[in-house]
Each structure stands twice: as structure tokens, then as C-alpha cells.
Design a protein around this ligand. Structure first.
Ligand code: ADP
Ligand code: MG
Length: 695
């Protein structure tokens, strides 16, 4: 068996426990280990003069113990001061043993490695790694940067480093082992090193490689691996797309279809925009083929994607198939339920709404209707795809606001409704325009349609960026706005991913606003409220029984209240631009002027200021997404919700965006000239057990 495919247990020093911990990291065979790349590096290659240290540096120092003492003050700690010719620094231990106390006797020469921080008395290192220098030839510095790997509970860097070292040294002795699947011409073209060299460099960089270069991604070895990883993802999605295209799908065509869809369009209170018509034509063409459509409709907030999907639903219904509509939140699912029910009234179809709230016999009856086929359109959240839900004849799956769902969820859905060799068509909608280059990577398995036109009569939203110190002015503005019989959103955001904290903050804000605005009817909506309660609040807001709605980001998607033309977003600097753009899209739905106030917490960093400026200056989601990508510095990972939640080992979509163009080309080349490379590349980077391989 190829060395790379052998289980990691084969390496020395790896027992059963380590094995199961490695497994948690997805490391089963030696190849997985070799492609488990460092997160960052530590520099133990030089000793820093203590006098040159500054807080924030993580460095190696060397000095003699001056004194050592146990401080009872506050939390009991062991303090040890060391000094070299240039200065002194304190070492602080909160957990320590008598033995430690004895070893670190005054006069002892030691080396320490840790981050330097501000302490009570000057700079200090907390729990440094340290080593007593017993003789002049004690090994202190390393010749190479030390890799720091992603870990899991119970696994140590040392164990991982040792294991990687063994595997690497074996690879070095058998140079052919790490196969370069990327054609040589391509490596030459981009001046990339060989795979073996690149892997070696990343695990054990030689003297020529600096930490800075590794961080900003300019090391060719790193670029090469990022390139290969992105390529592997691209190839896997493309492969999955090709495979899906090989399935059969229902054909939505028939003599009655044309009359019915015309009837439908005539029944609408508005005329479709040209962009909507174009996308509908693209969908119709897809559904005439006997292979599953896999189409992503990208369109800015308010561009009218829902009606386009309703049209597609009608095509399926007319052909005698069921349609599943999946939304990311109950709130949005509810709104779809209302819209679809209203639009399709008179088209003899039964629209049902499946939520977690429906229980017992009512649920049973609903599920029965779905499996027997009396339910035509089934709307819900991801709960739709639970095992208990079985469809009678599912012909079309519509997924709204796709960015909220991960790639894997999207792929898994394709299997739902599979019958024999037939699978339903899939229509995915997103209001998060992602830059073209990213779209190629994220959605290589989908065809893309773009609605690049808003319905007529919409006025751009006027956006201002203001500091929270001007809150009083904002309160005045709300007062006069409400006097004009208009409504307002106040959106609370929080850094923490914790929903509980978000909701608490929103509650506090609602209390505050209720007091500050005695003549304004204030209500609160957040993600932890029961769906029925949310519904009541939303309905009241829609019917203008509420003037000011305080909300968490739950209102991000879907909600449509044209009279609400003013939105205040608190702490906008905490959110991604695309998400802010989406939130802002809740206003500007009517014919009247609308405003968005981005109320930030001072001080604002330069980048944050620039980012908010982009939002102020543009109402075009595509422009915003492109600029946002340009502005994100290296290492700033894109929010998962904006990218569809792919975890890369080494690639960073912001840092490596310059590679994406080349990946598209190279992907094409590999499909045509080296298809045998696809599977090994996917195995290498995505592991053998990913869902991609199964689709
Ligand atoms: P989104 O693309 O954000 O999902 P929606 O589908 O919710 O947007 O549409 C926003 C609003 O615009 C809805 O009230 C919808 O009925 C309306 N709308 C959609 N298409 C048109 C059109 N061609 N002309 C006028 N209004 C439209
Ligand atoms: Mg929508």
C-alpha cells in the first residue's frame, strides 16, 4: 500500500487515544497528516535582548533568575524575575509546584518563550515555556520557525509535530511519494515550487522564510498550496455538478403550461422587470431539459426574486409535481407562505406551511398530505428536510437566501425527493451578491442567473454614518419621522455569536427607546421569541399598530413593510458589508424616501471607516461585495455566512483572491487534459469522506 494511505497509527508514538483525537481533526491516514497545515508559526530562531521587548511580541529570551517569590496578593502566583545585560522581565505562574520553585533558584540561567504582556511591575510573561540552561551547549534556539497546528482537546503540539516530522522525513526519502497532480506547465507558469518542496516549507520553513511572509501569504510555497486547495474545491464542485447533470429530472412542459403561466403573469399587480423576465426564461429552458436544473439566482435585496421562484413553482405544479420552498428563518418562511398563497390563489394548488410549532395530529395530517400529494407547495425551514418528511412527487426545490445554508446542506438536499434515477430541479436564491471570482469557486456546481435591475420607482436609500454620541439627534429624528406617520427599524447587533446576549441587548434597547420616545409605539422582535409571537409583532408592524420595531438581525431576511423607511443600525462596524446591505434592504421598499443611519461606536478604525463609507456611497450589492473583498486584509477570515461556510486548510479567500481567475482556467485544463488528477486532488484536500464524493 502507498505510504500516504497507511493509517497514522503506523507512526511511532501514536497510541489509541491519540488516534481517536487525530480522527476528530479528520486525520486518518498519513496523507491527512501531511496536509494538516500549520495555522501559524512561532519564532524560536533567535534570542531577544530583554531590554528590546514590547508587549505583544512572542519571543525567546534568556536570562538569570534574580529573585523568586510567591505572591499572596490577589490570585496566588509564583513570580520570578530574570535579567540579562539589557533589562529584566517577570515570569508569572498561577499554577506551580514546589519543584518549580526550587529549580528557579536565583542565579539559574534559563530560556523562556511566551507572549510579552504588561504586568503589575513592568513587562511579564505568563506561564512561559522555559528551560534551565545547565551547560553552554544546551540547545536553546531552533534553526527553523516552529509550526503551530490546529489542535483538538487532549492533543498537544509536541505530539503533532513529532508525527508530522516522521511522515515528512519518510516523504523526503521517497521523493516520488507526493505526486504533483498539477501539470508541470502550470507550475512553471506561476513559478510554483514542487509539491514536496511546498509541503516541506510550510511544515518546516527554512531560514529564508520569514514569519511576515508566511502571514501575508507571499511565500510561493504557501501560494502554491492555497492554489491547489482552491482548485481541489473547484474541481469537486464541478464534478458534483457533472454527476448531477447525469441524473434524470422531470420535464416541465405541456400545452397547458403556457396559458397558465400567462394567466399568472396577468394576475399580478405589476409587470415583471426585464431582468426578471430574462431569469424566468433561463429557468424555463432548464426545466425543459430532462436533467436537474441547478440554478442560483442572485439579485439584490428587493429585486423581486420571490415572484421568479413562484413562477418556477407554477411550472412544476402544472406538470403535476410538488414544490418544496425552504427559507432560513421561520419569519421568512411565514412571509413566503403568505406570498405564495396569495399569488397562487385561483391556481388550484394547496400551499402548506410546515413549521416546528405544528405538533401532534395536525402535524401528522400535514405530513400525510405531503406524502399523498394533496399538498402542492410545501413551505418551511430546513425542518422540511428531516427524515419524517416524505414527498409524493417532488419536482422542484426552492432554497431562499442560500448564504445562510452551508454548501453541505445544499448538496445534501439534492438527495431529498430522489426517485429511482430522477431528482428534482433545484432553484437557489441569494441576495448576497458575491464577487464574480468568488462565485466561480463557491458555486462551481451551479448555473448563475442575475437579476440586476430593481422594480421601477424605487429610490436609492440615503445612508449616513454617524457616531453613537449623536444618539440624541437620532431620537429627535425618530420623533419627527413618526409624526409623519412613517415607521422605523432599530437594529441591534452584537459581536458575540450568542443569541441570548443579542436578545438581551435588544431588550435593553427597547426599554431605553420606550422611555426616550413616550409618543412612539415601540415593540421588540428577536430570535428567541416564539414563532407565533414574532408573527404577532410582525403583523402589528405591518398594520402600523407599531411605529418603531427594535430587532436583532433576525429581520435581515425577507420582511417587507414598505412604510418603514428609516433604519438605524447600531454598531454596524461589527457586521459584514453584505449583511449590512441586506439589512438596509428592509427599507426602501416603497416609493418614498428612505434612510439608513449607521450608528457606530467610536473610535472607528481606518478600515472600518472605509468599509462603512462603501455602504454610504453605493446601493449596488455587487459593487459592495467587490469592494469589501478588496478591503479585507490578509488573515481576516470572511464570515461564514457570506461565503457558504467552506473551511479551508490553508487558502484564505480574501488573501488569495488573486488566484481565483487562474483556478477557473486551470480547472478547465485539468478537466480536458488531466481528468485522472481530479479524484486524487479532491481526496488530498477534502478528505475521502466528504459529501462531495458521494453526490
Ligand atoms: P427579494 O429579491 O429581496 O426577495 P422580493 O421578492 O421580496 O425581493 O420583492 C420585493 C418586493 O417587490 C415585493 O413586495 C414584491 O412583490 C415586489 N416586486 C417584485 N417584482 C416586482 C416588479 N416587477 N414590479 C414591482 N414590484 C415588484
Ligand atoms: Mg427574498
Amino acid at each position: 500500500m502507498n505510504y500516504l494511505n497507511q493509517p497514522v497509527g503506523k507512526l511511532s508514538g501514536i497510541g489509541a487515544q491519540t488516534l481517536s483525537r487525530l480522527e476528530k481533526l479528520g486525520i486518518r491516514v498519513i496523507q491527512d497528516l501531511i496536509f494538516h497545515l500549520p495555522l501559524r508559526y512561532e519564532d524560536r530562531t533567535r534570542i531577544y535582548p530583554i531590554g528590546s521587548l514590547m508587549a505583544g511580541m512572542t519571543v525567546l529570551v534568556c536570562g538569570r533568575v534574580e529573585f523568586i517569590d510567591v505572591l499572596p496578593r490577589g490570585r496566588k502566583s509564583l513570580i520570578c524575575r530574570i535579567r540579562d545585560d539589557t533589562g529584566f522581565i517577570s515570569l508569572r505562574f498561577f499554577h506551580f509546584s514546589a519543584n518549580q520553585h526550587n529549580t528557579l533558584k536565583p542565579g539559574t540561567l534559563i530560556s523562556c518563550f511566551a507572549e510579552v504582556r504588561h504586568g503589575f511591575a513592568g513587562l511579564e510573561m505568563v506561564h512561559p515555556e522555559y528551560q534551565v540552561i545547565a551547560s553552554p551547549d544546551t540547545h536553546i534556539t531552533e534553526t527553523r520557525l516552529t509550526p503551530v497546528y490546529p489542535l483538538t482537546e487532549g492533543l498537544s503540539q509536541t505530539t503533532l509535530r513529532k508525527a508530522v516530522k516522521q511522515a515528512l522525513s519518510h516523504c523526503a526519502s521517497e521523493p516520488k511519494l507526493l505526486v504533483d497532480w498539477i501539470p508541470e506547465a502550470i507550475l512553471k507558469k506561476y513559478h510554483y515550487p514542487s509539491l514536496a518542496e511546498a509541503i516541506q516549507t510550510l511544515h518546516a520553513p527554512d531560514e529564508s522564510v520569514t514569519i511576515e511572509a508566511l502571514q501575508n501569504g507571499s511565500v510561493p510555497a504557501l501560494k502554491r498550496l492555497a492554489f491547489e486547495e482552491l482548485l481541489a474545491h473547484h474541481l469537486s464542485l464541478k464534478t458534483s455538478r457533472n454527476k448531477t447533470k447525469a441524473w434524470q429530472a422531470p420535464v416541465f412542459e405541456g400545452s397547458s403550461a403556457k396559458t397558465i403561466t400567462e394567466q399568472f403573469l396577468n394576475s399580478l399587480p405589476f409587470k415583471l422587470t426585464r431582468a426578471q423576465q430574462r431569469v424566468i426564461a433561463e429557468i424555463e429552458a432548464d426545466c425543459r431539459l430532462q436533467h436537474p436544473m441547478m440554478r442560483l439566482v442572485q439579485g439584490d435585496v428587493g429585486s423581486g426574486k420571490t415572484i421568479v421562484s413562484a413562477y418556477a413553482a407554477l411550472l412544476a405544479l402544472t406538470a403535476g409535481y410538488q414544490v418544496a420552498v425552504m427559507a432560513p428563518t421561520e419569519l421568512l418562511a411565514e412571509q413566503h407562505n403568505r406570498n405564495f398563497s396569495a399569488w397562487l390563489e385561483g391556481f388550484q394548488t394547496n400551499v402548506v406551511f410546515l413549521t416546528g410549532q405544528i405538533k401532534g395530529n395536525a402535524r401528522k395530517a400535514l405530513l400525510q398530505g405531503i406524502v399523498e400529494g394533496s399538498a402542492g407547495i410545501i413551505i418551511g425551514t430546513h425542518a422540511l428536510f428531516q427524515e419524517s418528511v416524505n414527498f409524493h412527487r417532488l419536482g422542484l426545490v426552492i432554497i431562499d437566501e442560500q448564504h445562510r445554508f452551508g454548501v453541505h446542506q445544499r448538496l445534501a438536499l439534492r438527495e431529498k425527493g430522489q426517485q429511482g434515477n430522477t431528482r428534482p430541479h433545484q432553484l437557489v436564491m441569494t441576495a448576497t451578491p458575491i464577487p464574480r471570482t468568488l462565485a466561480m469557486l463557491q458555486y462551481s456546481d451551479l448555473d448563475i442567473s442575475i437579476i440586476d435591475e430593481l422594480p421601477p420607482g424605487r429610490k436609492p436609500i440615503v445612508t449616513s454614518v454617524i457616531p453613537a454620541e449623536r444618539r440624541a439627534e437620532v431620537i429627535d429624528r425618530i420623533n419627527s419621522w413618526v409624526d409623519k406617520k412613517r415607521q422605523v427599524y432599530w437594529v441591534c447587533t452584537l459581536i458575540e455569536e450568542s443569541e441570548v446576549l443579542q436578545c438581551e441587548a435588544a431588550e435593553k434597547t427597547a426599554d431605553y427607546l420606550t422611555q426616550a420616545l413616550p409618543n412612539v409605539r415601540v415593540a421588540l422582535i428577536h430570535g428567541r421569541m416564539k414563532s407565533t409571537d414574532k408573527e404577532v409583532v410582525m403583523q402589528a408592524f405591518k398594520n402600523h399598530r407599531i411605529d418603531l420595531l427594535v430587532a436583532t438581525t433576525v429581520i435581515e431576511v425577507g420582511v417587507d413593510v414598505p412604510n418603514a423607511g428609516l433604519m438605524i443600525i447600531e454598531n454596524p462596524e461589527r457586521l459584514g458589508l453584505s449583511q449590512l446591505h441586506q439589512l438596509r434592504g428592509r427599507v426602501g421598499r416603497g416609493k418614498d424616501d428612505s434612510y439608513c443611519l449607521l450608528m457606530y461606536q467610536s473610535p472607528l478604525s481606518d478600515i472600518a471607516r472605509q468599509r462603512l463609507g462603501i455602504l454610504r456611497d453605493s446601493n449596488d450589492g455587487f459593487v459592495i461585495a467587490e469592494k469589501d473583498l478588496e478591503l479585507r486584509g490578509p488573515g481576516e477570515v470572511m464570515g461564514t455566512r457570506q461565503t457558504g461556510a467552506v473551511n479551508f486548510k490553508i487558502a484564505d479567500l480574501a488573501r488569495d483572491a488573486d488566484l481565483l481567475e487562474a483556478i477557473q482556467q486551470t480547472g478547465e485544463q485539468i478537466f480536458n487534459q488531466a481528468p485522472q488528477a481530479i479524484q486524487p486532488l479532491c481526496d488530498r484536500w477534502l478528505g475521502t469522506s466528504t459529501v462531495y464524493a458521494e453526490v
